[in-house]
Design a protein around this ligand. Sequence first.
Ligand code: MG
Length: 221
Amino acid sequence: MRLIISLLVVFTLFFCSNMVTAHEPTNLGLLKKEVVKYHDSGEYDKDLTKTIGKAEQYLQKRIQKAGVDNKQKLAVVLDIDETSISNYKHMTELGFGGTHQDLDRTMGQGDDPAIPEALKLYHLAKANNVAVFFITGRGDNLRAITEKNLKDMGFNNWDGLYMRPADKQYPSIIPFKSSTRKMLEDKGYDIIISMGDQKSDLAGGYADATFKLPNPYYYIP
Ligand SMILES: [Mg+2]
């Protein structure tokens, strides 16, 4: 009897797993339309504003607690793409795809607009003696144009810009980003906020609070 039950379980598991893998995913063309609708309807902006608003409230609270002298060396860590500036125009040009070369070429144009709420958060931090660091998966071959893009869009006097070494493609960006945050904390900074549009921007610790912005456009492990 036990053998029969075991065989039944194995058969059922095998059958079900085949059913799962045989399931047809959502049509890509329809998904792309949905993503454009999410952006163009204003829902995307609404979700961005809501989350960055929470980050701003938290920042205000920590600034008040630290007092004017901010002896704790408070710091904010921001991701760049889809967090501080938006690639949306180029994403639509590339049909939400493109090779690494295509992406480098479009980022190399240096014309990505600021995400206004992120810019506001940035200036709130800087005006209150809170350091701001950018940590990005962009390759450091794009350093000059990225700095220019950020400055042109109103970010200035940041405290550090850490970019992925151009000759390295990581299976996950988590170790690079989290070890950079660790290095900053080892230097004496208290990273109060880490904000990004990918879970991999935020995983791995070394931040008091994390804020995940929406990004239905692409995935970075
Ligand atoms: Mg990003």
